[in-house]
Design a protein around this ligand. Structure first.
Ligand SMILES: *Cc1c(COP(=O)(O)O)cnc(C)c1O
Length: 359
């Protein structure tokens, strides 16, 4: 299978631009020098701007997948004296519950469905919680929660607010300052449209104060923060992905900044949803991010069969779900280097598959 020949609509890895691919094709440089420190500083500055981080915020660069970002945040910032309210609306929320359990952090498994938590005040269990943890976009089902409502709730109740923004950064708005967010977790392979392997933890000053001594060598934030002062990491970073991140942040700026990038994702998501209205498919949730559309067949077809038909017949990769949802839903990502023309390939494939003429 030659992946270059396929049209990619999976929610990570996503379609990367030629410019970023070219950076990845070059010799990896040595990194313990000023040249590379400048790359790190540029990445930090660009990321902090992108999420409107408060003055004095810092970024930790971990060479690991996104889950390491999630776990390291719980390890370094929460203690046995905390009681975390963990939003659980799908697989990634469940992962935060597992992480808290693994590290003996007291927590409440806050199971939610069919809400964007606009009314979190009413829905949340009444016991006292010290922190709120959420995957802003629950990627397993394509559901977006309201950061605005949760931010107001955490502010009112004096809670520490941890946001996994991995699958909505760059396509949907994240504003740390406006929404009272203490920690943002980002990862390379979703909206940032880079190869997997780099996770970034953005810490507001309120989070920096919370960083504690931790029983881990690799995931010791204090170590990353002191090395970060000179633009370095304690261990070898994903050097090439950092170079790609620097190029990607510059690309986003050049194209009009993150607001423009969000607008563009929104326009493509709306175009896709509008264009498939004639097909026997319906949106799985009303709270969709710009990043992704989750679809349910309405004609009794198996979602998995559609996924397979698109791959085999049209070289179009969308994303199936597993387990009980295998036949019920499939997911279409709008993240990465997307255009209407590229999205048309998928839309046309769906019309052809259903033998319905596209108007
Ligand atoms: C993809 C993703 C992650 C990270 O998954 P990894 O496989 O560890 O990179 C975490 N949270 C969300 C919401 C995601 O979509």
């Amino acid at each position: 299978m030659i992946y270059e020949d396929y049209y990619i609509f999976t929610p990570g890895p996503v379609k990367m631009s030629e410019e970023i691919l070219e950076v990845g094709a070059k010799q990896t440089p040595y990194f313990r020098n000023c040249e590379f420190s400048d790359v790190t500083y540029a990445c930090e500055k660009g990321l902090l701007k992108m999420v409107n981080a408060p003055e004095g915020s810092k970024v930790i660069f971990l060479t690991a997948s996104g889950t390491a970002g999630m776990e390291s945040v719980v390890m370094n910032l929460l203690t046995k004296d905390d009681n975390a309210l963990v939003v659980h609306g799908g697989g990634f929320g469940g992962r935060f519950v597992d992480i808290c359990a693994t590290h003996d952090i007291p927590h409440t498994d806050f199971k939610v469905s069919n809400t964007n938590l606009w009314e979190i005040e009413k829905l949340a269990p009444k016991e006292k919680h010290t922190s709120l943890i959420v995957n802003a976009h629950e990627t397993s089902v394509g559901h977006l929660y309201s950061l605005e409502a949760m931010g107001a709730y955490t502010k009112k109740n004096d809670m520490f607010f941890i946001v996994d923004a991995i699958s909505m950064l760059v396509t949907d708005p994240v504003d740390m300052s406006a929404d009272n967010i203490d920690v943002v977790i980002a990862s390379s392979q979703k909206g940032l449209a880079l190869p997997p392997g780099l996770t970034m933890v953005i810490l507001a000053p309120t989070a920096l104060q919370r960083v504690q001594d931790v029983k881990s060598l690799y995931f010791n934030f204090k170590d990353y923060l002191s090395n970060g002062e000179r633009g370095q990491t304690p261990y070898t970073p994903a050097v090439t992905i950092m170079l790609q991140l620097e190029a990607r942040l510059a690309q986003i700026e050049r194209r009009g900044g993150v607001e423009q990038s969000i607008k563009s994702a929104k326009s493509i998501a709306e175009y896709f949803r509008e264009s498939i209205k004639e097909l026997p498919l319906k949106a799985y949730t009303e709270f969709m991010p710009n990043a992704m559309t989750t679809l349910t067949p309405t004609d009794g077809k198996s979602a998995m069969d559609i996924v397979n038909a698109l791959e085999d017949g049209y070289k179009v990769m969308v994303c199936p779900n597993g387990g009980a949802e295998r036949d019920i839903i499939f997911r279409v990502s709008h993240m990465g280097d997307m255009t209407r023309a590229y999205t048309d390939v998928l839309i046309n494939a769906l019309y052809d598959y259903y033998k319905i003429e596209r108007k």
